[in-house]
Design a protein around this ligand. Sequence first.
Ligand code: ADP
Length: 354
Amino acid sequence: MTLYPKLILEALAHVRYPGTGKDIVSSGMVNDDIRIDGNKVSFSLVFDKANDPFAKSLVKAAEQAILHYVGSEVEIVGNIAINYRKVVEMPVKPLPQVKKIIAVSSAKGGVGKSTVSANLAVALTQLGYKVGLLDADIFGPSIPKMFDIEEARPFAIKKEGRHLMMPIEKYGIKILSIGFFIDPDKALIWRGGMASNAIKQLVTDVDWGELDYFVVDLPPGTSDIHLTLVQQLEFDGAIVVSTPQQVALADARKGIQMFSTDKIDVPILGLVENMAWFTPAELPENRYYIFGKEGCKQLAEEMNVELLAQIPIVESICESGDAGAPIAMNKNSIVGNAFVQLADKVIKKLNTKN
Ligand code: ADP
């Protein structure tokens, strides 16, 4: 988020000085020296008296107003004085060298979220971009298998006094999976905080280097883990994957709503309908709508989001996933091409939205 003084003033205008009942901005109690330096904001409050009885509580209220309306972590530096100066520290962008962070989510497991993440990452690489892929699906980390790196073990390096993990590189993509570090059977008993902290470390304590696109394969669902992650990672956009089946669609709707709440406000790039139909290899013109027809199209219209792609059920998707070489590696195949087009749309949406 780009900060500017007006945002801070708007937040502070919600604070009233108890002595008069008027808001502190229109009563001239906020000095006009608001300064913004990256994520740091400083401003001063002016009180008539050096020992104004409301000074302390007013500063606290101002702090909370910024937290509430701008969304920040506040650290107070200095003393309360007539010209009170405080420094508001906004959370630092977790990955300054990463241009765009994309969340791939689904409300249900098994709908093809990891398949879409893996193939999107491959397709973006094929378009010439620097790509990172984080498998954050604590309940079923399948990216190592899809890239045939199950045996890989990331090592740590020391950089600028910090220990950072190095991602594994495969097909030109920098990859890490929570599966390298946890036993998925135990993930089910993790408390939400533990899971989101572990995932956050895989973002912040890793030498991801410069990336154009960072694809994060989220755990399925819309639980507290998601809320925390989505708030902490500052995604530039989210893709929701679903099958056209009615029960899956009901959950996908919740997924879209989660990203759109005021608290989260991550732009939805669109829906990907996976397993949209089945086409047997011997009858390429035939489409069998096993899970129902155009369910995601209707949901997309209803929720006013774009249907980014429809991926059919194809044996080679499953086979290539199991063989460690995602199907998008073959961009001339029909499905491979569908993923390249998906990547293309995602890029366009990210660059017009922000
Ligand atoms: P999720 O990440 O949502 O749990 P996965 O991407 O791991 O789902 O997919 C579950 C299984 O379904 C995998 O074995 C995968 O290869 C297979 N699969 C996913 N999409 C397709 C598809 N369009 N056609 C055929 N198999 C698919």
